[in-house]
Write a protein that binds this ligand. Structure first.
Ligand code: ARG
Length: 447
């Protein structure tokens, strides 16, 4: 990136100005350090626009060809790292057009016929977010595949299910992991929805009220893979809900990843001992040799802060903005780019961490058998066999649990006579239900 003080008026909009912008004005006005990431979309949008101008007889085929070839040259320069981004040319749109003019001369100026940077930037940004949605979906799918592999590999691991982080009822690792698969499926389809909703083209809306030239907005829309052109030109240039929605989708997915991270952090402690992270997904402590820290999980948990912050940032920018375009909206891209990068990294880290993690059957099973996880089974037995109202059964079971606590034993270690001292009609077959497998099986959804 180069920065030169503009000595003369801006060639693209400076006709009515006598002085060049001050240094700080140039600095606050420029967005090239952020929006250079839109270069591919900007070239694609310009090529579609140029083809439409030719097809509608607005510019000549020769001019159209010169512009298209010139745009390809610019694209190559950027792709190969030979392009000099200039802060004095403000943004990606004017950087590309400026270079086009250097390469093909004044005919480059015809490209902006029947177009404004307002519809241009909205189009570029939508194209970028559309691809980002697709990419996020692919990364979520990879993580879901990893979870499916774990579900297959650890299909006989019993573990405690928690409420309030207290042992509640026995479940399986499968069921627990499958919950995350389902959460991720909603995250994925949320990105699909975002993609589908945004897929209407703003191009051709021009500054805000359309153009007097005989343009074909449907043509450019379809060339760029949109489903059609946006109905209302003022809406087309001022809508950023697609970006806010993308930020929400990212934040929500990050939030789900943070919950999984939290569980990994807990499960990998020696106290839980449910799982071990591989060495390449852990770090050590420089002072305590015994430590193996789950840094990646902690960082995925923490990065939710950025994802949430970015969502709030753009919602705050957009709040109370009058129609149509306002320069405030230039502040829409940094957070979208950052959320995309952050979420991509988090999804990849989570996939890598889980792929290489090992789960431990015995500690999980021991935890499921402790904490009176099958107490609900006693209550249900009393209801089924003695026709006891559930509230009463709950109370009776509570007394049995208390007795086990006093004797410092598990429920299935109590003698039948102990249980009968609380409720004399309890019979031997109740023990069968105190087994974790049986408890889990009885609770599987009935079809
Ligand atoms: N860099 C600007 C942005 O990202 C492009 C649109 C500028 N439009 C204008 N009327 N100044 O919003």
């Amino acid at each position: 990136m180069t920065t030169k003080k503009q000595e003369t008026q801006n060639k693209m909009w400076g006709g009515r100005f006598e002085a060049a912008p001050s240094d700080i004005m140039q600095q606050i006005n420029a967005s090239i350090d952020v929006d250079h990431r839109l270069w591919r979309q900007d070239i694609a949008g310009s090529k579609a626009h140029c083809a439409m101008l030719v097809s509608q007889g607005i510019i000549s085929p020769e001019d159209g060809q010169a512009i298209t070839q010139g745009l390809d040259l610019v694209a190559n320069e950027i792709d190969e790292g030979r392009f000099e981004f200039k802060v004095e040319l403000e943004d990606i749109h004017m950087n590309i057009e400026g270079r086009l003019r250097e390469l093909i001369g004044d005919v480059a100026g015809k490209l902006h016929t029947a177009r404004s940077r307002n519809d241009q930037v909205a189009t570029d940004f939508k194209l970028w977010v559309r691809e980002a949605c697709q990419d996020a979906c692919d990364k979520i799918t990879s993580l879901q595949n990893t979870i499916e592999d774990l579900v297959e590999k650890y299909d006989d691991h019993i573990m405690p299910g928690f409420t309030h982080l207290q042992v509640a009822q026995p479940v399986t690792l499968n069921i627990h992991l499958d919950a995350y698969w389902n959460m991720l499926e909603r995250d994925r389809t949320r990105f699909v929805d975002c993609h589908n909703r945004l897929n209407q083209s703003p191009l051709g809306a021009c500054a805000l009220s359309g153009t007097g030239f005989n343009t074909d907005r449907e043509m450019t829309a379809h060339m760029l893979g949109f489903d059609g052109a946006m109905d209302n030109t003022m809406d087309a240039v001022s809508a950023r809900d697609f970006a806010v929605e993308f930020l929400f989708c990212s934040a929500q997915c990050g939030l789900n990843l943070s919950r999984l991270s939290e569980e990994i952090i807990l499960w990998a402690t020696p106290q839980f001992g449910f799982m071990t992270l591989s060495d390449d997904w852990s770090t050590g402590s420089s002072i305590m040799p015994q430590k193996k820290n789950p840094d990646a999980a902690e960082l995925v948990r923490a990065k939710t802060g950025r994802l949430n912050g970015n969502l709030l940032q753009l919602m705050t920018v957009m709040k109370a903005l009058p129609l149509a375009y306002n320069k405030d909206m230039q502040e829409d891209k940094a957070s979208v780019f950052e959320s995309f990068d952050t979420l991509s990294l988090c999804l990849e880290a989570m996939t890598g961490m889980l792929e290489s993690a090992t789960f431990h059957k015995e500690p999980m099973r021991a935890a499921a058998e402790s904490g009176y996880a099958t107490a609900t089974e006693i209550a249900d037995w009393l209801v089924r066999n003695l026709d006891m109202p559930f509230r009463d059964a709950h109370h009776v079971t509570g007394r049995i649990v208390k007795m086990a606590e006093e004797k410092n034993c598990q429920l299935d270690e109590l003698d039948l006579s102990d249980m009968q001292a609380v409720e004399e009609r309890i019979t031997d077959d109740i023990y069968e239900y105190l087994n974790c497998e049986k408890a889990i099986e009885s609770r599987l959804p009935k079809s």
